[in-house]
Design a protein around this ligand. Structure first.
Ligand SMILES: Cc1cc2nc3c(=O)[nH]c(=O)nc-3n(C[C@H](O)[C@H](O)[C@H](O)COP(=O)(O)OP(=O)(O)OC[C@H]3O[C@@H](n4cnc5c(N)ncnc54)[C@H](O)[C@@H]3O)c2cc1C
Length: 425
């Protein structure tokens, strides 16, 4: 079966490795000419780490990231709203790993090339158009830098993993337009912290109009120096506004600093962290409406192309990794490709649509919204206005919706079909 994967991000590459493990030889077409480790931190939650482990890549993932042990939600004045263990500390069989997005992407690229050969990823191939035929699909590519058309290819199955601005998705939903902006801008960066200044902990503080989130994404094994990834969320426009065109631009940090005066807790002084960071980037918090259908003919969608979501609840990359594993599993086990894509979509589309919508309603960060609404006055006793059981329920409900309730996750069927090969960790 000729399988074309459009997009060589985390999802496209995980799809390629997963397909290789079950005996397919897909080709990945990636728009950029040269791979480079772009981005800052992402979280891979235990339900996706399980998949990385089944691909035999767990040791390599944990070597480039940090196994997160705790999550703390706080109000801006430092009052703790919720604290829970994460990953192995929470009883999962798999850790939660915070990692630099680019390092994870490069690790997956290496694995694709070692499993499928150096030509398995064709860089400099931006998908321009798809033509659905009776038995196969024609893919037309261009060189994005010159606009020159490149030789097209025919594929039996196409998986569109080309991100939030997906050309594959646009082919089937040409009227959809640009992603939807919540009106919140995300300012993000990384800061080097000395050994031991913060633990393997995620900090989530504030509320939807002004938030700070931070967690370590690597620790130098020799010096113990920490790369601390952080995001400052600020409401800068009304929901539904049109965000600025350049969504990944470097910005001046100076206007951020006064907004975060007094935001400090043990190990973290937000002003100091932001002041000492390398480059600071801004991009809008955007998503898209869930789609009524992902699969047209033998073309389907995965990852951000299928279900871009607000970065709330740390599920963006995680859900894409699950898509990658699910589509490979069904292609390996269904009687034919049409049935495989139907099974894949049935399993993943509604599940991810629910997460997109739940994240619009603040996802697990709802505890911060409720705390801010009921206990804005620092003298208010949080426990009396926001019972612990209610907070626990919000956390638990999100885990069920996003597929990482520890009990349900242990019970979930593996995406490794029997008899397929995994490489040792
Ligand atoms: C440059 C970049 C930086 C990012 N930084 C962060 C970050 O710091 N933190 C975070 O949480 N998330 C970040 N993300 C998003 C995060 O990677 C995704 O939300 C998540 O990992 C799902 O990945 P994906 O593979 O579906 O999409 P993406 O990671 O967006 O990958 C899509 C890939 O498709 C390629 N592509 C796009 N259009 C075409 C086309 N027409 N033809 C061929 N290829 C195409 C892109 O170049 C890209 O490599 C970033 C994404 C990108 C592209």
């Amino acid at each position: 079966m000729r399988i074309a994967i459009v997009g060589g991000g985390i999802v496209g590459l995980t799809t390629a490795v997963s397909l290789a493990r079950v005996g397919f030889r897909p080709t990945v077409y990636e728009a950029v000419k040269k791979p480079s480790p772009l981005g800052v931190g992402i979280n891979v939650l235990p339900h996706a780490v399980r998949e990385i482990a089944e691909l035999g890549l767990l040791a390599r993932l944990t070597a480039i990231g940090v196994s997160i042990e705790d999550l703390v939600y706080r109000m801006a004045d430092g009052r703790e709203v919720w604290h829970e263990p994460r990953g192995l500390s929470a009883g999962y069989d798999w850790p939660q790993v915070a990692v630099h997005r680019g390092r994870l992407q490069m690790m997956l690229l290496e694995e694709v090339q070692s499993a499928l050969g150096p030509d398995a990823v064709r860089f400099g191939h931006a998908l321009a158009a798809l033509r659905l035929g009776e038995t196969s699909t024609r893919l037309d590519f261009v060189d994005r830098e010159t606009g020159a058309p490149l030789q097209g290819v025919d594929a039996d199955v196409v998986i569109g993993a080309d991100g939030i601005h997906s050309a594959v998705r646009k082919q089937f939903y040409p009227q959809e337009g640009i992603p939807k902006w919540s009106g919140v801008s995300l300012f993000r960066g990384t800061t080097l912290l000395p050994k031991g200044q913060v633990g393997a902990l995620m900090h989530w503080t504030g509320h939807s109009r002004q938030k700070f989130a931070g967690y370590p994404i690597s620790i130098d094994p020799q010096s113990g120096e920490i790369v601390f990834n952080w995001i400052c969320d600020l409401k800068t426009a009304e929901a539904g506004s049109t965000p600025r065109e350049d969504w990944n631009r470097r910005v001046d940090r100076a206007p951020l600093l006064p907004r975060y005066a007094g935001w400090q807790w043990p190990g973290i002084d937000v002003q100091q962290v932001v002041a000492a960071a390398g480059d600071v980037f801004e991009f809008p918090m955007v998503d898209r409406d869930p789609l009524p259908r992902w699969t047209h003919g033998r073309v389907t969608l995965a990852g951000d192309a299928a279900h871009p979501m607000y970065p709330i609840g740390s599920n963006g990359a995680t859900q894409g990794i699950l898509d990658a594993r699910a589509v490979a599993f069904h292609l390996a086990t269904a009687p034919d490709a049409d049935e495989a894509l139907a099974r894949y979509e049935a399993e993943r589309r509604e599940a991810t649509s629910r997460i997109v919508l739940t994240n619009r309603a603040h996802g697990p960060d709802k505890v911060l919204e409720i705390a801010a609404a009921r206990a804005a006055d620092p003298g208010t006793d949080l426990a009396s206005v926001f019972p612990r059981a209610e907070r626990a329920q919000i956390s638990q409900d999100y885990k069920v919706i996003a597929g990482f309730d520890p009990v349900l996750l242990k019970q979930r069927r593996s995406y490794t079909p029997q008899g397929s090969s995994t490489i040792p960790a």
